[in-house]
Each structure stands twice: as C-alpha cells, then as structure tokens.
Ligand binder design. Structure first.
Ligand code: NAP
Length: 519
C-alpha cells in the first residue's frame, strides 16, 4: 500500500471564493431542515432507543433543537464496553492495511461533505464559518496523518542485529479504549482520538460531549459508510457524571483517551489508576486538559501585529479553545500604546449569529458557561480596570461580548484560572524577563506566544517559557496537524502531542520477538 505525502487540508476562503460561500450556504440550509431529529445509541452495530433523552440546542438560538438523543445509563455503558471487547478479537487481527484503508475512506467522506459537517458545528456549538471549516479540516488531517503513520509503524522496526538471531519488533493494539472528547472541537478532537484508536487495531466506546452529540453521530455515520465493522466503534451519548465512572473503571477498559477540563481529567486519571476485580492490566490514560495561555509582548516589537495576534488568539471561537490566549503580558514601555490599539481593535469585532458569513464571534456553549464567564468578568472588574466589554450580547442565545480587563496583577484570580470565554487579562511587566516569569506562574502549560524582534529574547523564551506549544511572532491558536504536534505540560495534561509522530504509540504496545537461527 502506498499513500502520497501528508498535506494539510486547505482552508476554505469565505471572503473571496464565491463557490465556497455558495456551498456553505447550501449546506447550512440543508442541515437546518434536518434539525430536531431523533438519534439512537449504537452498540455492537445495533441501534438502541431509550426513554431517557438528551436534547441538544443551538446556543445562538436557545429554543432551536439540534437533535434529541437516546441517553446511555450505567447498564448500556457496560454493554458498550463488552461489545467493544468482543469486536476487538477480530479487529485487532485485521491487517493494518485494511484498517488504514478504512480511515482514508473516512477522510474522503468527510472531505466530500465538508460544508455539511461545518454547518452542523455552526448550529450545534456556535462556531463561525471559518472556525467550523478549520475544525473539519483538522478532522480530515487527523485521518490522513494517522493513516500514514500507521503505515510506517506497521513496517518492520529497526533493531540492532545480533549474530545467530532473527529479531523483530511489532506494535500491537492495547484493547478497548474509552474515548471522551469535549464539545469545543466536537469533530476534530473526537475524530483524532477515535481514529488513533481504531487505525492501531483497538476498539472504542465513544462518549461524545452532551453539548455536541449530533456531530459525534454524524462522524459515526461516516465511519459506517466507510465500512466500519459492528462493535469496533460504539456511539454512546450520556452524561459524563452518570456513565463516566463505569466506562473508566470497567475491568475490560484498557485505556482512556480524554480531552477536556483539568478536574475531569484528574478524576479519570485517579480512577483509572485503581485496579478493579478482574482487571489484568495497568490502564493507560491519555489526558489533554485545560490551559491558561499567555502572549508576551516585548517593547521591541511590531505592536500592530501583536494586537492582531492577541485578538485572534483570545476571541476566535469566543475564547473557547484550550489554546486561547487569556493573558497578554506586556512590557511597561509599550503597555499604554498596546492598550490603546487593542481597545480600538476589540471594539470592531462583530458578534452575532454564526449562520451569518461575516460573524466573527458567536455565543458561548450554554447557560452555565455564560453564567460562569460573567462571574469571572465581575471578579475581573474588582481585580483590574474594564478596558472594553459591554454587559450583554444579543438576547437570542448565550452571548458574551469580547471583554478586556487591564492592570491585572499576576496572581489575581482572572490571571490564574481558566475562564474559557472571550475574556482577556492584561498584565504589565517591568521587563521582558519579568514577563517570562509571569507567563510561567500558573499551574497550566499548554500554549504561549512571544512577540519580539530580538533573537536573543526569543532564544531565552524557547528555553524558559514552559509550555507544550510555543509560538513566536504569531498567534498561540491554530495548531496544524503534522506541523505543530499538540499537547501541554503540567496540569494541561499528559503532553500526548496529537497530530505528531509520537501519538499513535500511546495506543499500542510493542512486542519483541527473537528467533535463534542456524549459523
Ligand atoms: P469537560 O467538562 O471536562 O468535559 C469533557 C468530556 O468529559 C465530556 O464528554 C464530558 O461529558 C465528559 N465528562 C464529564 N464528567 C465526566 C466524568 N466524571 N467521567 C468521565 N467523563 C466525564 O470539558 P468541556 O467543557 O467539554 O471542554 C472544555 C475543557 O476542555 C477546557 O478545560 C479546555 O481547556 C479543555 N480542552 C483541552 C484541549 C487540549 O488539547 N488540551 C482541547 C480542547 C479542550 P458531558 O458533556 O456529558 O459532561
């Protein structure tokens, strides 16, 4: 089997390409007609309906139902693990080339319907066109990249030769994986963790976020169309607090691939560490968690570029990215000039309905997220000076206006805790060195950026700024598969580096074979 070199899926051009705009408009219209349908749980290839249901709403139009989902309880969660365990017997022995072919075919299906997947995200999680398009592109990239990496890992691996022996090292799958994604990259992250699981020969129980079950279901349908055998992936929506523990602690669960908040990630890690009766292995946990990401702005920099980078990193998808900038740490000499330019720029951001092509910021994900973000803004007003941000956004959904709080102390609550909304704290530093120290003062270590023209300062930052993904003179969001393997330090997670060449190894174990041969 041969595959061409990996290339990132190109972004659509919704500003200049009339064909892209037309296709997105058509997809939004077609998907709108599909809203409100009912969806089943799928375990072992069987559709299951339950009386207990989960309703997914459009966060920009609070009353618009995106879909109604049967909801797993503990019994169904356990059934899903057993179905995946049963399917593992066949799938783990399926040739790597067949597994790879299925994943490449899935990428083709995603590409063919890319505007439809993007449209589902506009409705279900309030992404702007460009953000939704980027999410689909990343999902396609994960499929294409992991397919190629599996091809590499399925080949004989290099070993030191020993006279009189023939030696091999083979990567084999682990077993049943529990895949728990967040809602903020409802396609890309779900696809990345699921595809990494199955291309390596594992089977999976996928529990989508309760805020984005429709997108998870649409991807499951793509897998089925690509020829997924029954039970290899089981689609099991349900409340994380109700079924999470059953999935994580089940003795047949071999590993958990989680992306989400720090608190849930730590809980999963703790539960997975405890052996349950009948459990034969030490469970593996791949956990990518929260962030409190900083951009350092030096005096020797292009302030206009720094302002653009901060605005894109902070307010893209309403700040609801683990990589989002939520602290600008600015050297005293340019602090006031930076604030002046930033205020002007932030006040131009268009907030509105994500179905409109020129909307930059839509709603936050749900009522409780909005309440929590507004509480942080109130806290921020006490801890600093409100530079810009109005009290309320459009009433139809869970809108929060872009907000900047200046003169924030490095140890203030809004400087240290993840807000996960469109809120920026601006902190003044006496010097570049002090700015770097402040950048490292949280418990997280996910992304960061530095704006300076001084090479010596960039080198210092490369050494001292302790984050998994560090960017120079550009925004701190928008990691590309293959180019920027993604994962964080400290309480940001296990640094799994999704979209990198080390990632699939987390889903496999290596078996060494040594055979004595006649001399
Ligand atoms: P979350 O509340 O932790 O939820 C993530 C997933 O965990 C959801 O599917 C959720 O299900 C499930 N869950 C909840 N409680 C559980 C439990 N006790 N056991 C097992 N699963 C449980 O996070 P979120 O609000 O969806 O996502 C936002 C967070 O994700 C932020 O902290 C963000 O920084 C982080 N994130 C990190 C990365 C990264 O790569 N580091 C990427 C994206 C997001 P329910 O929806 O049913 O509760």
């Amino acid at each position: 089997m041969e595959l061409s070199d990996f290339r990132n899926e190109p972004a659509s051009d919704f500003k200049g390409n009339p064909e892209h705009i037309r296709r997105m408009k058509e997809a939004l219209e077609e998907v709108r007609k599909e809203l409100g349908r009912e969806y089943d749980i799928v375990i072992g290839g069987k559709r299951i309906k339950t009386d207990d249901q989960l309703t997914s709403y459009n966060p920009a139009q609070k009353d618009q139902v995106v879909g109604v989902f049967s909801k797993a309880d503990k019994g169904l969660a356990e059934q899903a693990i057993l179905a995946a365990d049963q399917a593992f017997k066949g799938w783990s022995r399926t040739a790597a080339e067949d597994r790879i072919a299925l994943v490449v075919e899935t990428a083709r299906i995603l590409r063919e319907r890319k505007y439809h997947y993007a449209a589902w995200m506009v409705y279900e999680v309030g992404k702007s066109w460009a953000e939704a398009d980027a999410d689909v592109a990343e999902a396609i990239d994960f499929c294409e990249f992991y397919a190629r990496d599996m091809l590499r890992l399925a080949k004989p691996q290099p070993l030191t030769p020993v006279q009189g022996e023939r030696n091999y090292l083979r990567y084999i799958p682990l077993g049943v994986g529990v895949v728990i994604p967040p809602w903020n990259f409802p396609l890309a992250i779900l696809v990345g963790m699921t595809v990494a699981s199955i291309v390596t020969g594992n089977t999976a129980v996928v529990k989508p976020s309760s805020d984005s079950p429709a997108i998870g279901y649409k991807f499951f349908e793509a897998l089925e169309r690509a020829g997924l055998p029954a039970g290899v992936v089981n689609y099991v929506p349900g409340s994380g607090s109700a079924v999470g523990d059953v999935l994580v602690t089940h003795p047949r669960t071999r590993y958990v691939a989680f992306t989400g908040s720090k608190d849930v990630g730590l809980r999963i890690n703790e539960l997975a560490a405890k052996r349950t009766p009948g459990q034969l292995w030490v469970k593996r946990v791949v956990a990518e968690m929260g962030g409190k990401d900083s951009i350092v702005i030096d005096a020797e920099t292009d302030l206009g570029a720094a302002v653009e980078g901060v605005v894109a990193s902070t307010f893209g998808y309403q700040g609801q990215k683990c990589s989002a900038c939520s602290r600008a740490i600015v050297v005293e000499k340019v602090y006031d000039a930076f604030l002046g330019m930033l205020k002007q720029r932030v006040e131009q951001i268009k907030v509105g309905q994500p179905v409109e092509p020129d909307t930059y910021m839509g709603p936050v994900i749900n009522a409780s997220a909005r309440k929590q973000i507004l509480a942080y803004i109130e806290q921020g007003k006490k801890e600093g000076r409100l530079l810009t941000g109005k009290d309320d956004g459009p009433g139809s959904g869970y809108f929060v206006m872009p907000t900047v709080i200046a003169d924030v102390a490095p140890n203030a609550t809004i400087s240290l805790e993840e807000i996960f909304g469109p809120v920026l704290a601006v902190i003044k530093a006496q010097s570049f060195d002090e700015a770097l120290e402040i950048a490292n003062n949280t418990e997280y270590g996910l992304t960061g950026a530095v704006y300076t023209k001084n090479r010596r300062k960039l080198e210092k930052a490369a050494e001292q700024f302790h984050v998994g993904n560090l960017y120079f003179n550009r925004k701190c969001t928008g990691a590309m598969v293959g180019a920027h393997p993604f994962g964080g330090f400290n309480m940001s997670g296990t640094d799994s580096k999704a979209g990198g060449h080390d990632y699939l190894l987390l889903f496999m174990q290596a078996k060494t074979l040594a055979e004595k041969v006649a001399m």
